[in-house]
Design a protein around this ligand. Structure first.
Ligand SMILES: *[C@@H]1O[C@H](CO)[C@@H](O)[C@H](O)[C@H]1NC(C)=O
Ligand SMILES: *[C@@H]1O[C@H](CO)[C@@H](O)[C@H](O)[C@H]1NC(C)=O
Length: 231
């Protein structure tokens, strides 16, 4: 009869747990966007109030899920880009607006631009993005870790990749309106605007002065001039 000591069982269990953890980490490292899901879908129950406590939202009860939960129709209409004072506006289909994307590692944004309209400098800390131009002429670019600007003027039908987390922007450089539909590799990509992060938080003036080589009056005039962008 084979004798298995308690110690052997314990170390085998520990080894199995370690192997499972390693596998989990490998799977997570291999995925490009949000962590892999553990079920076929998990339409977000955004009313649960649990979101701040967990990574994503809990699932709406399956018995309550219908085909309608997977549809998002807001992109049918152009958004009014004159309500921002940068002449462009972003309409999001992240988990907040489109609960079906919960746990799926994907979201979308529609950009509408007037002539010369700008989506100001921003990042998506949690997502890579592709911009797909459907109308007009859009100049877009991102800045790499080593401060190189990679940019391109895009025509309708063109795609451009904006790598995860990198500083980027879009501007309509055509003579009519422009529209793009973009895909993001996170249900909640984050969209911090750089100017607002720098000048509309409580970062001490001395830090801004040293970071930018400017004085307090210049800081004040930049703060006063930052566009009230929202989208
Ligand atoms: C767009 O918004 C502006 C206000 O910023 C308003 O005057 C205009 O009527 C709106 N246009 C449409 C089509 O809703
Ligand atoms: C594309 O832009 C032109 C003007 O440049 C406009 O007439 C047309 O309606 C736009 N089409 C879409 C799908 O936005």
């Amino acid at each position: 009869m084979m004798m298995i000591s308690v110690a052997t069982v314990q170390s085998t269990a520990t080894a199995a747990a370690a192997a499972a953890l390693t596998l989990l980490l490998l799977i997570q490292a291999a995925s490009g966007g949000d962590p892999d899901m553990l079920q076929d879908f998990c339409v977000a129950d955004t009313s649960s109030g649990l979101a701040p406590l967990m990574n994503g939202f809990p699932c709406k009860a399956r018995s309550l899920v219908t085909s309608q939960d997977f549809v998002f129709t807001t992109f049918r209409e152009a958004a009014n880009y004159t309500v921002t004072n940068t002449g462009a506006i972003a309409t999001f289909a992240t988990v907040a607006e489109y609960p079906a994307v919960n746990t799926q590692g994907i979201s979308h944004v529609r950009l509408d631009f007037g002539v010369g309209g700008v989506i100001p400098l921003h990042t998506h800390p949690l997502a890579s993005e592709t911009i797909f131009v459907v109308n007009g002429t859009i100049f877009t670019g991102f800045v790499s870790f080593d401060n190189v600007l990679y940019s391109q003027t895009l025509q309708a039908g063109d795609l451009f990749l904006l790598p995860k987390g990198l500083l980027h922007f879009q501007i309509n450089v055509g003579d009519g309106p422009a529209v793009s539909f973009n895909t993001l590799t996170s249900q909640n990509p984050g969209i911090p605007f750089t100017a607002n992060q720098m000048f509309e938080t409580q970062i001490p003036s001395a830090v801004l002065q040293m970071s930018l080589g400017i004085g307090t009056q210049q800081i004040q005039s930049i703060q006063d001039a930052i566009p009230r962008y929202y989208g």
